[in-house]
Design a protein around this ligand. Structure first.
Ligand code: ADP
Length: 207
């Protein structure tokens, strides 16, 4: 490493973000499988792009098809998965993007590592909180069923731990609110922290 020197390019993060007229950010969704991370992150990204923001969504299952396809679900592999994805999220923020990351990311220390590689205020931890019972009932991919039958090992919440965030920027009770309510909670937070340009239009909540 000692012979590798950082090259400061002419076009920097500030230039890229200014061109997009936005503040780069990493919005990190953590929670049990099926708690709603991907659904809520995708819905928020949809609204943000409709409002003219430039975004990128990193999704746990998707990166395991490529960037992290060599990794499994041991504690060490989960740590490496989050380290890699954290670095990619940092690059995406460096590109000036509002970056959404939806990862179980069960270990507090791994989430803190990502927070620490980003500038102060640029990492927003969103705890997508749904009880294990609700997640098991939703089970959109049938994974809990398989894990309970022992067909998947080291499944978070079944035979691998989930460390609840102690001080997340946002706590979404995804078993008691709709996706639209969760998105409104996020938009309201982003608005109050000065990230959004000119206020926000709440998402309509159908009865
Ligand atoms: P995760 O990314 O956390 O594994 P997903 O978003 O893939 O979870 O799946 C969550 C499932 O729960 C989806 O099928 C979604 O439609 C459903 N769901 C029901 N209510 C909610 C809610 N309030 N918030 C998020 N998802 C919900």
């Amino acid at each position: 490493m000692s012979n590798i020197i950082w090259h400061q390019h002419v076009v920097d993060k500030h230039t890229r973000a200014t061109q997009k007229a936005q503040k780069p950010l990493v919005i990190w969704f953590t929670g049990l499988s099926a708690s709603g991370k991907s659904t809520i992150a995708g819905a928020l990204e949809h609204i943000l792009t409709q409002q003219g923001y430039h975004t990128y969504l990193l999704d746990g299952d998707n990166v395991r098809h490529g960037l992290c396809k060599d990794l499994g679900f041991s504690d060490a592999d989960r740590k490496e998965n989050i380290r890699r994805v954290g670095e990619v999220a940092k690059l995406a923020a460096d590109a000036g993007l509002i970056t959404l990351a939806a990862f179980i990311s069960p270990f507090k220390a791994d989430r803190e590592i990502v927070r620490d590689i980003l500038p102060e205020g640029e990492f927003i931890e969103v705890f997508v909180d749904a009880s294990l019972d609700v997640c098991k009932q939703r089970d959109p991919k049938g994974l809990y069923e398989k894990a309970i039958r022992g067909e998947i090992k080291q499944f978070t919440g079944i035979d691998s731990p989930y460390e609840v965030p102690e001080n997340p920027e946002l706590h979404i009770h995804a078993d008691f609110c709709s996706v639209a309510e969760a998105v409104n909670q996020l938009l309201s937070y982003l608005n109050s922290s000065g990230v959004l340009k000119s206020g926000y239009e709440p998402v309509k909540i159908s009865a």
